[in-house]
Design a protein around this ligand. Structure first.
Ligand SMILES: C[S@@+](CC[C@H](N)C(=O)[O-])C[C@H]1O[C@@H](n2cnc3c(N)ncnc32)[C@H](O)[C@@H]1O
Length: 260
């Protein structure tokens, strides 16, 4: 009982911070799903090490890739302008915030894939980030494209402008059928569509037949299921998970699972 006041003070201080952040978000953000935010400085640094280890590149190189996407003014300007003009502008924030997608960018820069597949597109924020990395790789002599699969015909409006669309193939339909119809090998596969464990599992099973030797499997669902880790164990791969920490947001964050 003697410790109760101190314990109450500690938990109340924590909960008050969460409530203050939540109230600020309720009145300043317009987003209703697929939230965007910056990563804390520490979380960003952990992400740099995660990419460094899984992709076997120096951590300083990964930090350079982060600086590249941060400094891509053309992409930021395009996202800001297209979001403002879109029919869904009332449900999107003006600020461009990539969160863990800077990790996707760095992975594509490090591995220089010829073919990336992303399932789940939504507005196309991740697609644009992947396309920006592929355009840089192309300029350096390592061309690549991304097939972005979504069941919603309105998905991907951010990724329909040049130069990003020049390396994007938007495919509308259920992801399992669309993966089965892919006619090229896949070097990097990213699950970010229907986040039920069953659908995630079926996507990795379908992707397996399309993967090139040494291809990478990524999951955006790694904080919710153990599907990719189990798939990695079954198929004799290594697996690591990164859990992001959003800065100044109530949402606890997602992550990146990577099997290689
Ligand atoms: C979390 S969002 C994708 C976010 C996006 N990758 C990004 O970076 O912002 C999930 C998307 O998956 C799509 N989706 C849901 N079920 C699907 C399915 N069975 N096949 C393909 N896409 C699906 C939804 O329409 C939605 O746009």
């Amino acid at each position: 009982m003697a410790a109760f006041p101190k314990r109450l003070h500690r938990v109340a201080r924590h909960d008050a911070q969460v409530i203050a952040t939540s109230v600020r978000w309720l009145f300043t953000s317009r987003e209703h799903h697929n939230y965007t935010y910056e990563l804390t400085r520490l979380s960003r640094e952990h992400l740099a090490w995660f990419v460094s280890i899984t992709c076997a590149v120096p951590v300083a190189t990964v930090r350079g890739y982060f600086a590249e996407i941060d400094g891509d003014a053309a992409l930021r300007g395009h996202i800001t302008a297209t979001t403002a003009a879109s029919a869904r502008s009332g449900l999107a924030d003006k600020q461009v915030r990539y969160a863990r997608r800077i990790g996707w960018y760095a992975i594509v820069r490090a591995k220089r894939p010829a073919h990336v597949v992303e399932t789940g597109v939504d507005k196309g924020l991740g697609t644009c980030v992947l396309a920006a990395a592929l355009l840089r790789n192309t300029a350096e002599g390592a061309p690549g494209r991304v097939s972005s699969l979504d069941i919603n015909p309105e998905a991907g409006y951010l990724a329909r402008a040049s130069p990003w669309r020049d390396v994007v193939d938007l495919v509308i339909g259920d992801s399992i059928a669309s993966i089965g119809a892919l006619d090229r090998k896949v070097d990097i596969f990213l699950h970010d569509s229907n986040h039920s464990a069953g659908h995630e599992r079926r996507e990795f099973q379908a992707a397996e037949a399309k993967l090139s030797p040494g291809g990478l499997l990524l999951s955006d669902n790694v904080t919710m299921t153990n599907v990719l880790a189990e798939h990695a164990e079954r198929t004799g791969r290594r697996f690591l998970a990164y859990r992001e920490t959003p800065a100044g947001h109530w949402f606890p964050g997602d992550g990146i699972g990577l099997a290689w």
